[in-house]
Design a protein around this ligand. Sequence first.
Ligand code: FEO
Length: 393
Amino acid sequence: MQAVKIREGIYWVGVKDWELREFHGYTTDKGSTYNAYLIMDEKITLIDGVKAPFRDIFLARIASVVDPAKIDVVICNHVEMDHSGTLPDIMGIAKNATMYCPAAGERGLKAHYDTAGWNIKTVKTGDSLSIGKHTLSFVLMPMVHWPDSMLTYMADEKILFPNDAFGQHYATDTLTDSEDLDIIIDQAKKYYGNIVLPYGAQVQKVLEAAAGLPIDMICPSHGVCWVKHIPEIVAKYKKWSAYETDADKAVIIFDSMWGSTEKMANEIADAWTAKGLRVTLCCLKTTNISDAVNAMVEAKYVGFGSPVLNNGIMPPMGAFMTYIKGLAPKNKTAFVFGSYGWKKDALGQIEDTVKALNWEMPEPTFMINWRPTAESLAALRESAQKVMTISRD
Ligand code: FEO
């Protein structure tokens, strides 16, 4: 295994996890990468580690450039174990290394590992560290993604190392955004929607802090590095962190029992499409909740459908409500619908979630008894179209 040079004296020493299909409840159909960076300077510096099972590959990549025992400085931008899992190995091998992290990072490292003998120095926003030719400076970015999260900036090379921010769970053969931009942006949106979404205010602070920095390269801890398309991903982060939605995008998330709610979902999709919306249908029997969230990030209109089951909603819809209550997307308009046999008013868990999220819900929940008819579907269509405020007709 070889390190990959990204600039003179700066190497990618990460790992590609092509087989990863799940990351704390999030489906990763394109795998992931754990990116770490080695800087050959007067003080040999490592920025972040990788997930523990990949230690051999990680150490081999470092060893292709330098004996890991010679590492002088370890930057821990984030304690989550996909990045810190191999830091105990590094600190065990590089006996003279000093680790730099925020105070919350030090607390996190001590909670996760036996740090006896580690030389840890804490940093805060505005601190900088000369490693020889290069100087690294630090900006704390709590909650993007954990309280300890931090970005490291190398001013002379104009490189940002923002850890999880700007990342994607995406394993590919290239290290940068030179190919397949649509896939990369979609994976960045899925990552943002499922991991960063609750922290819009904190992301905006990071964007403000980074706005004054000249940046030629963004090297996150997952996926490809941004070189060619920095303005695009920064614009997307501004949009997502401001919870801006597209008035021509809709998603319908539903589950069905004997097909009535599914028929309703398709009728609503047809009605919205006829009015010019781009509509994505997500049946939770076949669509993972993390993909449904990805479809929802930029959508203005969200349909939620469930048949009544045991005086409540279908369990996958219940799980989805729990999930989005935590992710707290904003600025959306909901349309709630479903079918029932003998208990009509049972979609309260969905209605309560919409209320808790402070979304608009201009139409009452639309329920159809047993099987949809031509008349009830026509009425559903009319109700669904009333929630829209735009039309391309
Ligand atoms: Fe990639 Fe929050 O860890």
